[in-house]
Design a protein around this ligand. Structure first.
Ligand code: 2HA
Ligand code: ZN
Length: 273
């Protein structure tokens, strides 16, 4: 029987990657080749588009991801510009499966010009493992360089609770959208297994992790949720930075507590109590 497969360029997950990268570029978050996204896909859904027995080539990952063996991800390519993804998905994106050895990625589609996944692949895969432990419905890791988030991180103490509190105090949406707060890593060398491990460690407690003087990681169950987390941090950081040096009327803690109650969220402990 001849199998008819659908055109992958019209797959919802490819369209979502194109849309997210285009939006992030146009919001000014991801200059040049800044930013990267990885998205855990459903094998059955991918099989509607690709022959999963056909491996184009294998790419060593340089780390072990036993918990992800057999899992399939669509991932932005290294050195690729977010502004170009929507016009040329097959060169700028790739679909990879973590092989049986846990240390190799099998290319199933994309990176057509001979490229490979983002340099931040360790941070992405290690974060997926950490988040999946917490939430089986987790799917997306998104990394970005939003301007005001980086600026706020540069002028504030690198204290997760203090940083989270400052965000919550600046915008009533903040505590509702990220009651679990924002983790912070110190300035580190990016693109390494070390920053990957440190990020994944934070991901045990947070869906959002700031990389000092670099950017932010967000994770979630779908593209909208993940994008919305980073978008809300960035919007709030913009408000914080625009009011810095003035005498802003911040949201009092009793209103923050009432917001949490009204929207039925549990704020990170140790901030309001
Ligand atoms: O891929 O954002 O952190 C470019 C980056 C590296
Ligand atoms: Zn980056």
């Amino acid at each position: 029987m001849k199998l008819f497969r659908k055109n992958i360029l019209f797959a919802p997950f490819v369209e979502e990657m194109c849309e997210a990268t285009a939006n992030m570029y146009r919001l000014g978050w991801d200059e040049r080749n800044g930013g990267n996204i990885s998205y855990l896909l459903d094998e059955k859904e991918v099989a509607e588009y690709l022959d999963l027995t056909k491996v184009i080539r294998t790419i060593p990952t340089g780390f072990e991801a036993k918990a992800l063996i057999g899992k399939i991800f669509i991932v932005t390519g290294t050195g690729k510009y977010f502004k170009n993804v929507e016009f040329d998905p097959e060169n700028n994106l790739g679909i990879v499966r973590i092989a049986e050895d846990g240390t190799t990625a099998e290319l199933l589609w994309g990176y057509a010009d001979g490229g490979k996944f983002t340099s931040e692949f360790p941070a992405h895969m290690m974060s997926h493992m950490a988040r999946l432990e917490k939430d089986p419905a987790h799917r997306i890791v998104m990394h970005s360089h939003p301007t005001y988030t980086i600026a706020m991180n540069a002028v504030c103490p690198r204290d997760e609770k203090d940083f989270t509190h400052k965000l919550w105090q600046s915008n009533t949406e903040a505590i509702v959208v990220f009651p679990d707060g924002v983790g912070i890593l110190p300035a580190m060398v990016c693109g390494t297994n070390e920053i990957g491990q440190a990020t994944a460690e934070k991901m045990k407690d947070f869906r959002l992790v700031v990389w000092s003087n670099h950017g932010i990681y967000g994770t979630g169950r779908d593209m909208d949720e993940t994008f919305g987390l980073i978008e809300t941090v960035e919007k709030t950081a913009e408000i914080y930075m625009l009011t810095l040096g003035h005498e802003p009327n911040v949201i009092p803690d009793d209103i923050l507590k009432a917001l949490a109650k009204r929207f039925d969220v549990k704020p990170l402990a140790g901030i309001l109590d």
